[in-house]
Write a protein that binds this ligand. Structure first.
Ligand code: ADP
Ligand code: MG
Length: 521
């Protein structure tokens, strides 16, 4: 075993340098999801190492293992050739790992300086030395290129500024290993440039920087090495210079679609629009989009996270105001109702919305399945009103949707993610809406429940409904949708029939706004 390991080592690192960090056969599961499956690769000091792959590939989980957020189920992490094991994020920090995660971790009631040095304030005669702290904070902010006073309370900062302070906090930590998890999602272009300079400094200082991103231009600009993960498995680690855009896209995608998806319906001969969106601008300064969704159709808004799909569907749902243009929902008799006012108006127009985050936005967790489904029947009435609910109808729906629960009185908080999602969709089916707007129809759902949700949606449109979805899973767009609208920087850059789309073409449009150079598969 040790001989084998030695052999692998010398093959992987011909120069004979010991890697700063080595992952060996790392496996991590969450319930039924294998987030990481025997992942092995190494990162060298003095390099910027991209970790890339589609959403759900396991990138964040891997970095959280390195940051001591949780331990691997099996496998080892080696630092400078020695196996280490962290019991806590504090232990990882003490060992020189600094992390800038997607979630903001600043305490809003503390100042920038206090946040930067939280838990390791400079001390003098046993007391926190506030002036030293302020001085050092100022220096770090300068280094990151942030023009903010250290005494400003973090709660008063704009979100983008908070992200910059978050980055400064990572830089203040004086670590050998710095992890950035999709750091540019909330940054503007100058913010990205500042970050790029900081990362370059960190590389020159001999640190190992792990840079998680699925933005190809950033990977090619910043990273020496690239590791691709897919569905929790290691696909490749190689110098970024050995890759082209197209090659990287192929590594990130390129998987056979399982027979997880129902047959697409026959194309309706008269495309009767159920939803028509015209010159619709969903975010300030954003592009205008126009499209329609016909009865019998499932249409997907695809694209890289942060490119505006979410804003479009949310503005249509009435959750956020739109800036310009309009959207109409057509009833079967041809009468039109405007969309995009409020969530209640949306429901009154016969349009259901299923949000991405069921736990906080979608379901009333303490209430029973019966009440959650029944709420849809009270459409237009106060959503929280608990009125008489047709239990027989609810039970019939639960059966039709194959909701696995003891009975309809069980609280939804005790259901699995897949069953919660079915309850969400069931609520709208019960209400008799004929247009559904769905964010991430199957996020966090196991593969069996996925197939059932796809079947439900297909049955819904086959019966004359229309559905618009967003999804971060390309395969879901390709497998489920009749048409895919690809959004890049807020605009529709391409429309593909689900049947002819490949992951490669969708990804290429989403990333670079044009089809792949090679002929697609
Ligand atoms: P990525 O960062 O590449 O998008 P993640 O590491 O966040 O991927 O997730 C990998 C897989 O593990 C996904 O299927 C995700 O749903 C699942 N997962 C991640 N964290 C948790 C968690 N705390 N509980 C349950 N499942 C999780
Ligand atoms: Mg992630």
């Amino acid at each position: 075993m040790s001989l084998l390991a030695l052999k692998e080592r010398s093959a992987a690192h011909p120069a004979g340098r010991t890697p700063k960090v080595e992952f060996r056969n790392i496996t991590k599961r969450f319930d039924s999801t294998e987030a990481l499956s025997v992942v092995s690769f190494a990162g060298m000091a003095g390099s910027v190492h991209a970790i890339t792959g589609e959403n759900g590939a396991g990138k964040s989980t891997l970095m959280k293992l390195l940051a001591g957020v949780y331990p691997p189920d099996s496998g080892e992490i080696l630092f400078d050739g020695r196996a280490i094991r962290f019991d806590s994020p504090a232990a990882a920090r003490a060992a020189g790992v600094s992390t800038v995660f997607q979630e903001l971790t600043l305490l809003p009631n503390l100042t920038i300086a206090e946040n930067l040095f939280l838990g390791r304030e400079p001390r003098r005669f046993g007391f926190a030395d506030r002036s030293a702290m302020r001085r050092q904070a100022h220096a770090v902010l300068q280094r990151v290129g942030v023009d903010l006073h250290p005494d400003v309370t973090c709660g008063d900062l704009a979100i983008a500024e908070q992200h910059l302070v978050e980055i400064a906090k990572g830089a203040a930590a004086q670590a050998d290993i710095v992890i950035y998890d999709e750091p540019t999602a909330a940054l503007d272009a100058p913010g990205v440039d500042k970050l790029a300079r900081l990362i370059e400094d960190q590389r020159r200082a001999g640190k190992l920087v792990f840079y998680i991103s699925h933005r190809l231009d950033e990977i090619f600009r910043l990273c020496d090495m690239t590791t691709v993960l897919k569905d929790g498995k290691h696909v490749r680690t190689c110098p970024t210079a050995d890759l082209t855009h197209d090659a990287l896209v192929s590594l990130m995608v390129g998987r056979e679609l399982a027979r997880l998806y129902p047959e697409r319906g026959a194309k309706p001969s008269t495309a009767e629009a159920a939803l028509r969106v015209t010159d619709f601008v969903a975010r300030p300064g954003g592009a205008a989009v126009s499209f329609a969704v016909a009865r019998g159709e499932i249409v997907g808004l695809a694209g890289i996270e942060g490119h505006g799909q979410r804003e479009i569907i949310r503005a249509l749902a009435g959750l956020a105001p739109h800036m310009a243009g309009g959207a109409l929902k057509f009833d079967r008799d041809g009468s039109a109702k405007p969309l995009g006012g409020s969530i209640v108006a949306t429901a009154r127009a016969g349009v259901g919305f299923v949000p991405e985050d069921r736990k906080t936005e979608g379901l009333y967790q303490p209430l029973s399945i019966q009440e959650n489904i029944g709420l849809g029947m009270l459409r237009g009435a106060s959503m929280m009103a608990r009125a008489k609910i047709d239990r027989n109808r609810v039970r019939a729906l639960m059966q039709q949707m194959n909701v696995r629960a003891r009975d309809d009185r069980q609280s939804v908080s005790s259901l699995s993610g897949g069953n919660q999602q079915k309850v969400m969709i069931g609520r709208w089916l019960a209400s008799g809406v004929d247009v559904l707007l769905i964010e991430e129809p199957t996020r966090g759902v196991d593969v069996g429940a996925k197939a059932e949700i796809y079947r439900l949606l297909r049955a819904f449109v086959d019966a004359g409904g229309a559905a618009l979805i967003t999804s971060s899973e390309l395969t879901e767009h390709i497998g489920l949708c009749d048409r895919i609208l690809i959004i890049r920087e807020g605009a529709i850059v391409a429309e593909l029939a689900g049947e002819e789309a490949t992951e490669e073409t969708v990804m290429s449009y989403a990333l670079i706004g044009r089809p792949p150079e090679r002929a697609s598969r």
